[in-house]
Design a protein around this ligand. Sequence first.
Ligand code: PEP
Ligand code: CO
Length: 462
Amino acid sequence: MAAMQHEPAAGHPDPEVRGWAPSSWRDRPANQMPQWPDPDVLAAAQRTVAALPPLVFAGEARRLTDSLAQVAAGRAVVLQAGDCAESFAEQTADAIRDKLKVILQMAVVLTYASGVPVVKIGRIAGQFAKPRSSPVERVGDVEMPAFRGHIVNDDAPIPAARVPDATRLVTAYHHAAATLNLLRAFTKGGFADLSHVHAWNQEFVASSAEGRRYEAIAEEIDRALRFMRACGVDLSTGAPIHQVDFYTSHEALLLDYEEALTRRDSLTGDWYDCSAHMLWIGERTRALDGAHVEFLSGVRNPIGVKLGPTTTRDEALALCERLNPDRVPGRLTLICRFGVAKVTGVLPALVRAVTDAGHPVVWQCDPMHGNTFTSENGRKTRHFDDVLGEIRGFFAVHRAEGTWPGGVHVELTGDDVTECLGGVEDILEEQLPLRYTTTCDPRLNARQAIDLAFRVAELLRA
Ligand code: PEP
Ligand code: CO
């Protein structure tokens, strides 16, 4: 009898009826979490973060779910982009502005080409925790704990810097708050106004072939705006061209932090993780009965889950059922990161299974994480051709299956770095050390990112 009473609760749409709570992940196996040396310091940091205001509001997260529902329905595309790991040391106003510029530029190119809205989500204002393939790193003769993101330890290659320090949770909160404050000012306060479309083209981009191609679109947009004004269309304050909806996201890896920012929405009574608008589960932490799936199953934010090349159709289906049992459109994004060689082999079966089961997911292509390799000079890198190749394979599968290739998820920076190979300027292996500044994975530089946007635009138009 008791067992029968438990049955309905297991799949109940209300997470709390299912026994979910912001802390229920603690009963599950949690991969990739650091060994904090001092539990008291951790508990104090969590109390501090829990007493601070939410970074985002439930209503904003709901608006993003609605926008992503448009993507799931094939009426919009999503661009999710930003750093692999944000650095506490490089969060200057200029760096944040330049990253935003590139994302806005890419979005303009995609919107212009596709004629549908582009939902813009940054890997920003909280992308501080990193899963690692190995818990240790060897630097010369010295073995030390791996760098796990600035919310956990420091990237300096000395063992003392790598000791997890829980006071960093509080520092991470303040960095996220400062970044978000600037993003809100930029996107709502005039900088992202479509009539400034030329100003987003940074100098080192403007002089390149991609920059000139972008200028041509910017000129067309100017002309269209002049035309509308001449026709008497009211483009004064209040028109949607003056502001941009820009959302934040990060991998919900460090659950001690995410739990401390999980709040009950006063309007609906639902739980939201108020550290970002969207959260995702990484490839290494998507175990169905693991802590990360448990945690995100109960918050109402739009969420994503990374799917790597070993994902089976049963795993994909089980994740959909567990994370979106009510089949809410826009709630769940499947972030596919198979690698250029595997995408056309792995994706079709997953698309068919998920579609046949009636799950209204957003299909997103992350062409970065399945295409990483180490160059001869020891730098972790990716080749632009592989990145583009995986996106092409992703589009081809969706075209063949009759499903909507919802968008892309990329790692980029607004800086003129040399971390990924190839692209129009054709970065070569020997050039990687010139400006290689990432603390984690190699990122597209601004020119490569805009080039990629043009290529994706062509695919959307095809
Ligand atoms: C990432 O997005 O930086 C990442 C670690 O991805 P994945 O979980 O897909 O490896
Ligand atoms: Co990464």
